[in-house]
Design a protein. Structure first.
Length: 318
């Protein structure tokens, strides 16, 4: 399916994203070292002949937001490709956007200022009932999840000292009626594997997609970035417990929930990540699980880089 099957604005910007992605694949180290302002400037220049002036302004605005992020965040642009990813998903100023599992706000701190004061960012955490299933959360940590909405809102609103998007929050399984049909887009960035892993224990993936569909306007989109298992991998390994899911599984789940697949991109594919059934995604950077006391193994994992990720765009039917 062509990435250019989107509306003209997104199609033009995706073309630029493809140019940047090719460069990143040719030299990952140089891509990571390249200043973010230069990276996104290339996007603007590459789209000069195919994108309307309003879209050019949006690309420049995203460049400014990305350039304002802390150095630690910018150091991961070469692996996470936020400029290309958000462009591919068609995220624009003024949108109302859901972000699943926002955590400490790596993407939230980009989205809120980019969406701007005319838009809304809605952070969504897992259903409270999912967390005990991990088996390693303390009673205190589980108790804290009861106030996650208020706690995350307080943190998120404190991240900014200039006007940004209105910020809201809820937990899957408890979507407030006020958000029904209000959102333009939803983002699941590395947020699906645990929902799939525990689906049999509480239909967490099913309910999350149901909530997402209810929150979206007709024609609203869902952007997915997810650790990608090889299609030939065993299903019982690629069930999310190792962090990986098969692209075919993700597509099937969204289509079963009533979404349409719009486009598929290789923006976040890392061909060096070839996991086997003995591997977990957290063996790779930034976690490097299992190699804390083994510098040689840590170096091997660092040479692979972050996980290979599918990047999919779905749409709620009009």
């Amino acid at each position: 399916m062509s990435n250019l099957s989107l509306h003209p604005l997104v199609a033009g910007l995706v073309l630029a994203g493809a140019v940047l992605t090719l460069g990143a694949c040719q030299s990952k180290e140089s891509a990571e070292a390249e200043p973010v302002a230069e990276l996104v400037e290339a996007t603007v220049e590459a789209t000069a002949e195919v994108v309307p002036p309003a879209a050019m302004s949006q690309a420049a605005g995203l460049a400014d937001v990305l350039a304002a992020q802390p150095e630690a965040a910018q150091a991961r642009y070469g692996a996470r490709h936020p400029a290309e990813t958000l462009t591919f998903f068609g995220i624009e100023p003024g949108m109302n956007v859901l972000e699943a599992l926002p955590g400490g706000g790596w993407y939230s701190k980009i989205l809120a200022p980019y969406i701007g004061a005319e838009g809304m960012l809605v952070g969504v955490d897992y259903d409270q009932a999912l967390f005990p299933l991990f088996g390693f959360f303390s009673d205190e940590q589980l108790k804290a999840k009861e106030t996650w909405v208020d706690d995350w809102l307080a943190d998120a609103r404190g991240w900014f000292d200039t006007p940004v998007a209105d910020i809201d929050a809820f937990q899957f399984g408890s979507m407030p009626e006020r958000l029904e049909g209000e959102l333009d887009a939803a983002l699941f960035i590395r947020a699906l594997h645990n929902l799939a892993r525990f689906e049999a224990d509480g239909e967490f993936l099913t309910v999350s997609l149901m909530n997402t569909k209810a929150a979206l306007k007709p024609g609203g989109v869902v952007g997915v970035v997810q650790h990608m298992a090889p299609e030939e991998a065993a299903d019982d390994w690629a069930d999310g417990s190792a962090g990986y899911l098969k692209k075919s599984f993700v597509i099937a789940q969204f289509e079963a929930a009533g979404f349409e697949l719009v486009a598929d991109s290789d923006i976040n594919v890392n061909p060096l990540d070839q996991p086997t059934s003995d591997d977990i995604v957290w063996r790779l950077p930034p976690t490097l699980s299992g190699s804390a006391d083994n510098p040689e193994l840590a170096a091997q994992m660092s040479a692979i880089g972050e996980s290979s990720r599918m990047t999919l765009l779905f749409k709620k039917p009009e």
